[in-house]
Design a protein around this ligand. Structure first.
Ligand code: FAD
Length: 404
């Protein structure tokens, strides 16, 4: 059988290699429009490549995918992060698990991952065609596919694994072969906030906050929040950008945001802590944060937001001040005015509709012989290695289907 894998990213390489492992007699051609392929792997995870996440239960893992999680439960039972770790370690790339569960090569260099994939592909006899920009794919009346590369270079193959990521061309191939494409929109971004006083305290981080965005529904995430030069970043912000990606796109990235900076405290406890200070302290309000969880610069910013620019001794503040402080500490309100870039990871929400793909094989239900792997599908995960895991898993399965 002649199998063409279109797109030499993580999913393309992995499916080409596994096709050769499963059926060594197949002719496997990996087609890539750029000079080398694996461009996103190279820049991923800030150049370190967050290759997967240390979550080894298929159901639990599926919960990290705002889109596609349910469809991936079955596939994860066949190829999951434990298999990914084993795969790279077997090929001489030791990996390490960081405290937050992200998995990286011990070398801290994405090049180790690239080298392993390239060596394995060439060693298994995958034929890689770089600088080959596929223009069109058609089904052939006699069976199989015609792949148009230039007007006078059209090649024929029996099977196609489409692994073109979030490229427009890839979506157009899928569409021309009968598939529905859910509108691609960005996921994993930071929030722009027009508030000079906030953006003057970049680098301030709170390790545990609850972030709520009000779109078509209330999206809530808990975790670290980071103040940046343009607004907010950090894991809780990025997670909510992924879950609410469609709402954000629909609103032109303008949605109300509320932050509870003290999710570990009951409202009564926050009020009581303020009342204690009011009754006992002659200290200035700004001089010391109410609780150790709030860094000094953030406390100063929140006090200004609640009480205005000046300062007061605690014992001269009253009920009105207490109410305003409770509000900024537990229901701090902002308006998001745009999206910023998160340079460590980025992914597209949208792609090939999942109900048109058989997840036991990754074969199209619309066009026999056509398979999908990776980000071209309407699957995306939150930040942390989940997007590459989708690529490895779906590629592994797309390469496993037996000849018919
Ligand atoms: C900056 C950045 C950092 C990231 N970091 C991480 C991370 O650390 N961990 C993580 O899990 N995820 C990360 N991601 C997401 C992850 O990179 C993607 O989810 C993953 O690369 C998708 O793999 P893929 O093979 O499906 O698509 P891609 O990697 O996009 O590969 C598709 C390939 O197809 C080729 N192609 C497209 N059209 C054609 C055509 N017509 N003809 C021939 N070739 C074509 C493209 O040139 C490309 O090489 C990051 C993404 C970005 C942008």
């Amino acid at each position: 059988m002649k199998v063409m894998v279109i797109g030499a990213g993580a999913a393309g390489y992995f499916s080409a290699i596994h096709r050769k492992i499963n059926v060594p007699t197949d002719e496997v051609i990996l087609v890539e429009k750029s000079d080398r392929g694996l461009g996103k792997v190279k820049v991923s995870g800030g150049g370190r490549c967050n290759v997967t996440h240390a979550c080894f239960d298929a159901r639990q893992l599926s919960e990290y995918y705002p889109r596609g999680g349910k469809a991936l439960i079955g596939p994860f039972q066949r190829f999951q992060p434990r298999d990914t770790i084993q795969w790279f370690e077997d090929r001489g790339v030791p990996l390490k698990i960081e405290a937050d569960g992200r998995v990286f090569p011990v070398s801290n260099s994405s090049q180790s991952i690239i080298d392993a994939l390239e060596t394995e592909a060439s060693g298994r006899g995958v034929d890689t065609w770089t600088r080959t920009d596929v223009q069109r794919i058609e089904t052939h009346p006699a069976g199989g596919f015609s792949v148009h590369i230039t007007p006078d270079f059209i090649t024929h193959c029996d099977r196609i694994i489409l692994a073109t990521g979030s490229s427009r061309m890839g979506y157009s191939f899928a569409k021309s072969l009968g598939h529905t494409i859910l509108d691609p929109v960005p996921s994993l971004f930071t929030f722009k906030i027009n508030d000079d006083a906030l953006t003057e305290i970049p680098g301030v981080a709170v390790s545990d906050a609850v972030v709520t965005v009000s779109g078509t529904r209330q999206w809530k995430q808990r975790g670290p929040v980071l103040v940046t030069h343009w607004g907010f970043s950090g894991p809780a912000t990025l997670k909510i950008s992924a879950w609410a990606a469609r709402d954000f796109a629909g609103s032109q990235y303008s949605l109300p945001l509320t932050i509870n900076w003290l999710p570990n405290y009951r409202l009564d406890d926050v009020e009581a802590a303020i009342t204690d200070r009011q009754m006992e302290s002659k200290q200035w309000v700004r001089s010391r944060p109410l609780v150790s969880e709030i860094p000094g610069r953030l406390w100063n910013y929140l006090v200004t937001k609640a009480l205005g620019i000046g300062d007061l001794p605690w014992n001269e503040t009253g009920k009105r001040h207490r109410g305003a402080l409770v509000e900024v500490l537990t229901r701090d309100r902002y308006m998001i005015s745009g999206k910023g870039v998160f340079k460590d990871e980025f992914v597209t929400c949208g792609g090939v509709a999942l109900n048109e793909v058989d997840f036991r094989t990754m074969e199209s239900k619309r066009c026999p012989g056509l398979y999908f792997a990776g980000e071209i599908l309407d699957i995306d995960g939150v930040t942390g290695g989940f997007n590459f895991q989708n690529a490895w898993t779906t590629a592994y399965i797309a390469a496993s289907d037996a000849p018919k």
